[in-house]
Ligand binder design. Sequence first.
Ligand SMILES: O=C(O)CCC(=O)C(=O)O
Ligand SMILES: [Fe+2]
Length: 343
Amino acid sequence: MEKAAVHEDGLLIPLIDFSKFLNGSPSQKLETARAILTGFQTAGFIYLSNIPIPASVLQHVFDASAEFFRLPRAAKDSLAWFSPEANRGYSALGREKATQLTSTAAISALRDSIPDIKESFEIGRDNEPSHPNHWPREDGDDSHSGSSKLAGFRQTMTSFFADLAALHRSVMRAIAAGMGLPDEMYFDQFVCDEDNTLRLLHYPAVRKELFKVNPGQVRAGEHSDYGSITFLFQDGAGGLQVQSPEGTFVDATPIEGTCVVNAGDLLARWSNDTIRSTVHRVVEPPRREGDDGKEEYPARYSIAYFCNPNFKDFIEVIPGTYATEADKNYTEHSVTHPRARST
Ligand SMILES: O=C(O)CCC(=O)C(=O)O
Ligand SMILES: [Fe+2]
């Protein structure tokens, strides 16, 4: 049986060995698929161990991400994110306020008062001519202060993107198997375009004082994700929290060798609300052994991969998640819409 990665205030996030779905016996495969589905139905979050991406590849991607954020501000600004339709490029500190608020005025008022302390870089699929990725130069030109450390950046990221697109298909197959759909590949047709977003995140070192003087200061505000599922890789810093059924925020502590996977709003609708899209946020790291005497919290790096069904398709509520037509909470048009955003 799987273990609990998090168990507090009624929130149970299972830790599941994904190799048992990929390579296990038929009964291990089914048991694992059911555990994955149950995790998404109850917590909306799971931790997966033994995913088919080697630790060395992940380390390489984290190193490349850190190198990217070390570029001079002007180099990063030249790659700026500019529209939700493209959803590619660099967002400077305080630009995005992840929030559940919907009014533009309210979001902007909040952004001005307490900005999220993070910068990010977003990468979409690399074969979409109308929305090219904003790749940094890798050849050590002036705008990068002569640095050529980013050599191979595009290759590293597109290869990681492809690995995660494949992992998305595998997890969707597990969900199909867990639901008992006759065809385990049911979702393949809906996710084959790889309309996903890879987001590199950097939360810079920050004075502890800031969290004291600004009650409500966070590294990333509370929100749910938009799409089908999100893979989240976090370093050891901590600070990710998931909302419990009691409304409290519970630490989703980093566990080495695992990745966090959470369901998004779209999968909740797709599954006729049988799967949960749970609110989460990033706050200051937990003080484990009291105060360490330092004035700053160290930087935190994380990598999120937001998966979506094909933007060009409209999709219908998943068969088996409703008894009669009257039990369907959504029409096909309210499940999804073209050019969905990642968050
Ligand atoms: O950095 C993290 O751990 C969480 C990021 C996140 O939830 C998001 O970007 O949607
Ligand atoms: Fe998120």
